[in-house]
Design a protein around this ligand. Sequence first.
Ligand SMILES: Cc1cc2nc3c(=O)[nH]c(=O)nc-3n(C[C@H](O)[C@H](O)[C@H](O)COP(=O)(O)OP(=O)(O)OC[C@H]3O[C@@H](n4cnc5c(N)ncnc54)[C@H](O)[C@@H]3O)c2cc1C
Length: 362
Amino acid sequence: MLQDDGYKGVWVHIQHEEGQLTKPTLEILTAGRKVAEKLNHSLTAVVLGHEVEFLGRKTIEYGADEVIYCDDPKLENYLCLPYTTVLTNLVRERKPYAFLFLADEIGRDLAPRLAYRLKTGLATDNIELEIEDFYHVPTKTVYKNLLIQIRPDFATRVAKIYTPWHRPQIATVRPGNFGPAELDETRRGTFTVVKTNLNQEDFTVMLKDLRHIPTSPVQLDRAQAVVSIGLGILRDGRGNPRSSLEGFRLAQELAQAIQEKFGLKTEIGASRALIYAELKELHGLVTLDRQVGQTGKTVSPEIYFALGISGAVQHRVGMLRSKKIVAVNIDPGAPIFQIAHYPIIGDLYEEVPRLTELIRRF
Ligand SMILES: Cc1cc2nc3c(=O)[nH]c(=O)nc-3n(C[C@H](O)[C@H](O)[C@H](O)COP(=O)(O)OP(=O)(O)OC[C@H]3O[C@@H](n4cnc5c(N)ncnc54)[C@H](O)[C@@H]3O)c2cc1C
């Protein structure tokens, strides 16, 4: 059944922490702005919380046309059920065409529950969003201006998800794929305060205590240069086994040279295959928080080095927004070369020391 009659507007769910819009929230405003402009709809920022009206107003300066603000002391900290109830009521009443969430701990919790209550579609972990017409062959019907959700699938491809029948279309967007929205203090928009109707059954889970998990010292998402290693470090170009520690040290020396010579904050990254190999020698060095890709971090540094990494789609979606990509691989057919600006076909045990030396002498 087609359900988009009367559904209009693009909504984004706004996250905030300690009185500030979070950095990924500025990205989702960019994503929302892009979709809204292509559809010629307005962009609405949906803000839930307590005494954060000023943040709602700020989203207008970051690109929202309208703000829906729900203030309630019970919404001060995120809880899935009350947030779902508030959003379900809002959507039923106001009928947005699309509703975007961040693909993070909160968005991944909230968006599916909302989609389920509304009996509508959800596409998760999108890296890109487009608007296109869609021709449905069995019914010979053209659906105009659909939100096309683009995400890596579970195999080797990037999937495009078309959802012609249900509204609103709900999508989560991976942080790191859209740049932060720009601040324009001259922008004006409308601001609507909405009452919440929360029930006792929305509080079957109560928040007793809030503790901050210490943040990892590895800051891949902030790095200006990333040197990543993959399973290719386990053998040299002639197929002889090499110590993974030796491979790691080569990457570390290259990272050091970049940092010292160009002053770029540089981090070591890794493919999931290398991390999951759980090599004893790399214990404590190549840790989970260094994983780049679909199930790891998304990075967008000035320069990304892929050393002995094949470039599976799940890895590529985490680094393809890097400004420049250098790939070192013995296999000329490796998929990483499809996106590398500087392909180096060769043995990383020969090429990486050469690169490091070149940078040192630069
Ligand atoms: C649901 C799902 C989620 C996933 N999420 C992620 C993710 O977040 N991140 C991720 O990275 N992967 C992820 N993967 C795994 C992904 O599909 C690949 O298996 C993985 O990225 C491969 O890692 P790799 O490139 O290190 O290893 P390989 O694919 O084995 O590639 C090693 C490469 O090294 C080259 N090589 C070998 N020796 C040398 C040498 N001496 N010098 C230079 N090159 C050499 C080879 O030619 C080869 O191309 C995911 C998979 C699934 C199914």
